[in-house]
Design a binder for this molecule. Structure first.
Ligand code: CUA
Length: 180
């Protein structure tokens, strides 16, 4: 079969482009651990706050020793407003929204997921650099969207302690702050 020289150039061009696109996706997924978050589990958004899976927000450790962060999104806050996770440890995030779609983004990390009412977003990542991380909302959700943020502290592994009462911890520390 005779293929015209220009056609052959385009065919090779397309093949190379496809290979490059596929490689960039593969590098992002495997090299930078950018995996799509799952939205497999469903939940009734109106009853999410009383659902056993989200009744207690914050950080917990399961019987296997794995660290979980449970977070509820609403207009215009992330609950809890502040939490701490250990460094160099995989943390599995469980997120849901009780109203509209929000965008969970841990700034300066690969922790990011859409948060859709009716679904539980889940992803696992780890933070190797201790410090304070801003959690922002990157999905326009209404008039207070820009102020929807919370704080995540990444604590060196040896100093981190499993929180006893993750819900009470955050507002309490804020009250102390105001008293001073
Ligand atoms: Cu929540 Cu934007």
């Amino acid at each position: 079969m005779k293929v015209d020289i220009y056609e052959r150039i385009w065919m090779w061009g397309v093949t190379v482009m496809l290979a490059v696109f596929f490689a960039t996706t593969a590098i992002a997924a495997l090299g930078h651990q950018l995996q799509p978050p799952s939205h497999v589990e469903t939940i009734d958004p109106k009853a999410a706050m009383s659902d056993p899976r989200f009744r207690t927000q914050g950080v917990s450790v399961d019987p296997e020793g794995k660290v979980h962060a449970t977070i509820v999104a609403l207009m215009f806050a992330w609950l809890p407003p502040e939490f701490a996770v250990p460094a160099e440890t995989p943390v599995t995030f469980h997120l849901t929204s009780i109203d509209v779609i929000h965008g969970f983004q841990i700034v300066r990390s690969n922790g990011q997921s859409m948060v859709i009412p009716g679904y539980i977003s889940q992803f696992t990542t780890q933070f190797n650099l201790p410090g304070e991380y801003l959690i922002a909302c990157n999905e326009y959700c209404g008039i207070g969207h820009h102020g929807m943020m919370s704080k995540m502290r990444v604590v060196p592994k040896a100093q981190w302690k499993e929180p006893g009462t993750p819900v009470a911890a955050a507002p309490e520390s804020e009250e102390i702050h105001h008293d001073r």
